[in-house]
Design a protein around this ligand. Structure first.
Ligand code: AMP
Ligand code: GLY
Length: 425
């Protein structure tokens, strides 16, 4: 069986997906939109506007697409999966309802509470309940966490260290700091522990857990400075060991999949479980309705086999988990190369010189790049991801940093401590 596949998205995550899909036995023709120069080394550009659903449907019919893989959250929240499945096209990516696990924190927290899934204690408030929200803040211990309900590109979370900060933050959220995403606000308890990301590929009932990973969200070494889209990742994350993962299965994954199934909206795609782990006890920080970025860049190199078949069988509700095999004795590291100034203001258009890679254990992932006048240039804050695999985490880290140094562009910035947490645990 050969599947023609359309991949939606344009970041590092989608470049990684494109690499793994392109080498899958079941992959026929691979198309991508909007894509990036790295993705277009593996996939043909689909000339479509991805938020025009009819456009996407017409393209799929024209090119006999059997599977659409949706990378980012926005198209899922806009119901692209529903539109495509409605015309008989298999989609790896959940329905709008199931994607509510990410697009509405209120929905997600309520579902967790109803099904006794471990997560931070919380209450949610709409703007007309502002008075109650302020009162609730005063009853909570510090620090406390405030979150805009809707999608806010990872920016809608405030960790308040003082009551003044918390009161101000809630006022700004209700005043529209995050647009409509802040029409409803979640106030929750701060959880101690260490974070890890677990990806679950599922057909709604059966599932496969991929190697756990850890992101590095802050811009500076030692997890300091502003939050970013992610400055690096490594896998497997030892903190999420087999004892922890067993608890995650029984207490989190199985109840949430059952809850969605019972509601008539089985979850099909990749469920991202963001965990806080304290003394081997996992709690949910957040669910995302998609693969993580940059975690995907380190998780996929630890999987061999036919990813296209895994995705397709999950999408049609009969997942064949043995389509892939998890490589147990390797580690992977991704270092994000950003433009200095990110996540605030930074320049674009720097010419990039890439070294030629001669081995098959390291590679360069494009995130914010473009071709201008025939040259590769930076076009975003996070420009590239350098990925290396190795027999040990130490080896993978060393290889990745050598490669990161060899890549040249002006104002290149990266953290020097990616994966160090993996040596401490
Ligand atoms: P979220 O968008 O919900 O993943 O939150 C963004 C980041 O804020 C998380 O990755 C955590 O680092 C932090 N965070 C969110 N909620 C909590 C919480 N209840 N306790 C501690 N840290 C949190
Ligand atoms: N790496 C965090 C995310 O993908 O949401």
């Amino acid at each position: 069986m050969k599947l023609n596949i359309l991949l939606i998205g344009s970041g590092g995550r989608e470049h990684s997906l494109a690499i793994s899909l392109a080498k899958s036995k079941s992959c026929g023709k691979l198309y991508a939109a909007p894509g990036n120069p790295g993705i277009f080394e593996k996939a043909e550009k689909a000339d479509i506007v991805t938020n025009n659903h009819q456009h996407v449907v017409n393209f799929c019919k024209d090119k006999e697409i059997s599977l659409v893989v949706i990378g980012p959250e926005q198209p899922l929240a806009e119901g692209l999966s529903d539109v495509l499945t409605g015309v008989g096209i298999a989609v790896f990516g959940p329905s709008k309802y199931a994607a509510g696990l990410e697009s509405s924190k209120d929905f997600s927290k309520r579902l967790m509470q109803t099904h006794s899934i471990p997560t931070a204690f919380y209450k949610s408030f709409v703007a007309s309940e502002m008075f109650e929200a302020h009162k609730f803040i005063d009853t909570m211990p510090l620090p406390l966490v405030l979150k805009a309900d809707g999608l806010a590109a990872g920016k809608g979370v405030v960790i308040a260290q003082s009551y003044d900060d918390a009161h101000n933050a809630i006022d700004s959220m209700f005043a529209g700091e995050f647009g409509a995403a802040g029409n409803c606000v979640i106030i929750e308890e701060f959880m101690q522990g260490e974070e890890a990301s677990v990806f679950v590929v599922t057909d709604g009932t059966d599932y496969l857990i991929l190697p756990p990973s850890q992101d590095h969200k802050r811009i500076g070494n030692g997890d300091t400075g502003k939050n970013t889209g992610g400055m690096g990742a490594y896998a497997p994350a030892v903190i999420a060991n087999s004892e922890v993962l067993e608890k995650v299965k029984v207490r989190i994954i199985e109840p949430i999949l059952k809850a969605l199934r019972d509601s008539g909206n089985p979850y099909r795609g990749c469920l991202y479980v963001g965990l806080m782990i304290n003394n081997s006890e996992p709690k949910v920080v957040e669910f995302n309705a998609r693969f993580g970025d940059p975690e995907t860049q380190v998780v996929l190199p630890l999987i061999k086999g036919d990813l296209a078949k895994l995705f397709y069988t999950a999408a049609i509700g009969i997942i064949e988990k043995d389509s892939v095999e998890i490589i147990g004795n390797k580690s992977a590291v991704c270092i994000v190369l950003a433009s200095d100034g990110y996540p605030d203001s930074y320049n674009k258009g720097y010419e990039i010189a890439l070294p030629k890679i001669e081995d098959d254990y390291s590679f360069i992932i494009h995130a914010g790049t473009a071709i201008k006048d025939g040259k590769l240039v930076s076009s975003g804050g996070r420009v590239l991801g350098v990925v290396a695999t190795g027999d040990s985490l130490n080896q993978a880290v060393k290889t990745a940093y050598i490669l990161a140094d060899e890549i040249k562009f002006d104002n290149k910035y990266y953290r020097n401590d990616i994966a160090q947490k993996g040596f401490k645990s």
